[in-house]
Design a protein around this ligand. Structure first.
Ligand code: ATP
Ligand code: MG
Length: 170
């Protein structure tokens, strides 16, 4: 038997309060402990205002918790400065925002390649081959050179999803 994979994401006793030190200080997250392993598929459910986006923003390194620790890919995050958080986020986190738009002047393929272009200054042939394969995998073969305005809403959302996959090393 092989040992279960070690967690790639570990949250320990995460608390988050808004308006700290003011009369309207509100604690939204009250001590969340959670571990996720590679290739696990997890859905976060809860009533409106219960703190789902707050938790995802913390996991995505967009907001810092008020207390508790967050470890991503064996790296503790609380001592990292903003530049360190940005680097770790770029290397490990993919985020699809509901209202985040594709860049309208770029084709579907170029939008998927943007993380690679930003990270390396150019899209490598390997990244382009992978991006084409990822688009094909979500049923967008033939749409590579279309711009977002020429795609349906659902097709655009699938381009966003692929764009957040690692389309190249690093
Ligand atoms: N920047 C902020 N400043 C103050 N309070 C905030 C801030 N962001 C969120 N809150 C409060 O934190 C609570 C949780 O908000 P959050 O957006 O995480 O909820 P949610 O579970 O994502 O809700 P929904 O399902 O409606 O998207 C809410 O009471 C909200 O008013
Ligand atoms: Mg929300």
């Amino acid at each position: 038997m092989t040992a279960p994979p070690t967690p790639i994401l570990k949250l320990t006793d995460i608390h988050k309060s808004y308006n700290v030190g003011t009369p309207v200080e509100t604690e939204v997250l009250h001590g969340i402990t959670l571990a996720l392993r590679e290739a696990e598929f997890v859905a976060l459910k809860g009533p409106s205002g219960s703190g789902k986006s707050t938790l995802l923003n913390i996991i995505g390194l967009l907001e810092r918790p008020t207390a508790g620790t967050l470890e991503i890919a064996d790296q503790q995050t609380q001592s990292l400065d903003d530049a360190g958080l940005t680097r770790l986020r770029g290397a490990t986190i993919g985020f699809v925002f509901q209202f985040h738009h594709l860049l309208p002047a770029f084709t579907a393929l170029e939008n998927v390649l943007l993380p690679s272009i930003i990270g390396h200054g150019t899209a490598t042939p390997e990244a382009e081959a992978l991006a084409r394969e990822l688009l094909a995998r979500v049923g967008l073969k033939g749409a590579e050179s279309k711009r977002p305005g020429e795609l349906s809403g659902g097709m655009q959302q699938r381009v966003r999803l692929r764009g957040r996959c690692r389309s190249g090393p690093g």
